[in-house]
Write a new protein. Structure first.
Length: 296
């Protein structure tokens, strides 16, 4: 009888700097998947639970970085990255920066890393900590920068959350991240205004919520139409309610807010842009032209 062989799957080691709520969630996901993990945190006590779960704890950033080639950074902000890695040898390292930043700062950080001999990926996390390591939650991370680095570590990066590469320009992960978050806050503004209108009335927020949620979901289809119009340059394709009609209709929204004693400060900036676009003679268009007014 021949010898029985056991196939083992190599798990790439990961070095993780930063153990806040997000960093800790990332750490646990990699540990659960069997990746050797070395961690560092400025407050050492945060690392103790992870040490009990199998992580190696480094006393210094330099010690942590020396422990492996793939170094993932999840610190507070870009200044924290600069401070933590100041004077640390990065030559030959693969640096993945998951700190929320701007496109410009991400590009500068990429140049900074490359000047020190490291390959660089910038990341934008589209998730909150409880979503990390839970595939059904739909979490993902935008990555941009070194395509070779991303392809080499694609499977490792996809362990905590889906990995989406958006280009060699290191600023593109941050750009996509902020674009989506900006859309989210605009939606939150509308939600806040909607609930403010019914406060003090015999309308339960819990009764309004499913109606509002389903309406917003239905209206989300306009995102695709807006993209198509921007790409084609034809802002009148597929128009259902043109700009002139919507500018006229806004008066009902404003009067209702006045009757209900609700500020219109969340709505008026957008309405002003609509009026400006209408004044340019674009009444038959969709609302897409507002995008062009925002470009400075």
């Amino acid at each position: 009888m021949g010898e029985k062989t056991v196939e083992t799957s190599f798990k790439a080691p990961v070095v993780l700097l930063g153990l806040g709520a997000m960093g800790t969630a990332l750490a646990r996901a990699w540990l659960a998947a069997g990746h050797p993990l070395t961690v560092w945190n400025r407050t050492a006590a945060r690392a103790e639970p992870l040490a009990a779960e199998g992580a190696a704890v480094a006393a210094t950033v330099a010690e942590a970085v020396a422990a492996g080639r793939l170094v993932v950074v999840c610190l507070l902000d870009d200044d924290s990255v600069e401070q933590a890695l100041d004077g640390v040898e990065l030559a030959g390292k693969d640096l993945v920066n998951l700190v929320t930043s701007t496109p410009g700062r991400a590009r500068a950080r990429a140049a900074w890393a490359e000047a020190r001999g490291a390959r660089y990926l910038d990341g934008g996390i589209m998730a909150v900590p409880p979503m990390i390591g839970a595939p059904a939650a739909g979490a993902y991370v935008f990555y941009s920068g070194s395509g070779e680095l991303f392809e080499e570590y694609r499977e490792v990066l996809a362990v905590p959350a889906g990995a989406r590469y958006v280009g060699a320009d290191a600023g593109y992960a941050a750009l996509h991240d902020v674009a989506l978050l900006s859309g989210m806050y605009g939606m939150f503004a509308g939600i806040a205004h909607a609930f403010a209108l019914v406060r003090g009335e015999a309308v339960r927020p819990g009764d309004l919520a499913p109606l509002l949620g389903s309406w917003l979901t239905a209206m989300a289809g306009s995102v695709e139409r807006t993209a198509e119009q921007l790409e084609s340059g034809d802002y009148m394709g597929g128009v259902v309610s043109n700009l002139a009609m919507q500018v006229a209709g806004k008066e009902t929204l404003l009067r209702t807010a006045e009757e209900q004693g609700v500020s219109v400060e969340l709505l008026t900036p957008y309405f002003r842009l609509m009026e400006h676009r209408l004044a340019l003679g674009s009444g038959a268009e969709d609302l897409t032209g507002v995008v062009d007014l925002l470009r400075r």
